[in-house]
Write a protein that binds this ligand. Sequence first.
Ligand SMILES: Nc1ncnc2c1ncn2[C@@H]1O[C@H](COP(=O)(O)OP(=O)(O)OP(=O)(O)O)[C@@H](O)[C@H]1O
Ligand SMILES: [Mg+2]
Length: 339
Amino acid sequence: MSKNQLNKFYAELDEVHADDIASAPGRTAKKRQSRRAEMDARLFIRAQEAAGEFKFTYKAARFEEAWLLDSLEEIAGQQLISDVLRKVKAGKEASVYLCRSGASIEARLLAAKVYRPRTLRNLKNDALYRTGRIDLGEDGSALFREADVNAIIKRTKYGEELRHTSWIAYEFTTLEKLYAAGADVPKPYAMLKNSILMEYIGDDGMPAPTLNSVTLDRDEAHELFDRVVLNLNLLLQNERIHGDLSAYNILYWDGGITLIDFPQVVSPESNPMAWTLFQRDVTRVCQYFQAQGVKVNAGKLAAELWTSHGHKIIKEVHPSDLDAENLQDRKIWEKQQKG
Ligand SMILES: Nc1ncnc2c1ncn2[C@@H]1O[C@H](COP(=O)(O)OP(=O)(O)OP(=O)(O)O)[C@@H](O)[C@H]1O
Ligand SMILES: [Mg+2]
């Protein structure tokens, strides 16, 4: 793959700036460039091989198509989807596509959230969220093999892939857990490779808008706010803090809400930033509802919810106080737990 082709590939994967990648820590720019090129060239070749088997309606640009084929071929092979109809939205770390379901799923339409290749993801500060989390494998179970743990700690190429998978697996297993608990989240169907297949919120004509773009009348605002609080309770009951909750990650459809975008969830028990992150989630959500006429004291609500689930309010920790690079290593974390 030529340099030109690669650049085109990156451009087509939307909003990916060379600067984001160039600023990744710990490697020289040249090394990073060549690793990136090597990985994406391989991805492109694999995808071209797959192209013969799965064709879809959505007219993707050439490189985006290669990436989609590589990501979704397995899903199509299992008859989970039969077609990709259109791109719903390109987020910061993934793009979401509207798909027609395959024979093995009863819903007619599905949403496929396809994560960008690891090297192209515009990462949230993942060290902050990974602290206190046990890494998960592609089947959603905890990774305990010594070789895997070491690869993650040493940040080998294989270890980086494991981290990427674990990030996505957190989103999928959280959806499973919350859906089973009756929370307002899309029904999850499958996690394969770097994508998640879930219930599509919206209809043929348009996807559900995010709540931030919706103006509610006062009654509906109160009703939906109560619903959000119910979901915050369900999250805490299931030992999860969303970590990036706001009206931008809540969909509005048919008078109801759906919470989305969970890869960064943290544990209220084992993440030292848990209380801070929880307050931020509650505050952001309250800001939206306050603007819609709901009178609520965000700080008080956060404290009530937090303590009612048995958590203690601790002195606020700021991300800069945390030695994130160290804390993110599970071994170190576990030692700290024992000590
Ligand atoms: N199940 C779904 N049904 C319909 N639309 C969806 C669904 N899931 C996600 N979307 C749309 O795709 C967008 C991106 O999804 P999501 O927030 O999960 O990805 P992201 O890459 O983390 O985005 P960002 O970083 O911008 O928050 C959402 O804002 C929403 O508009
Ligand atoms: Mg989002």
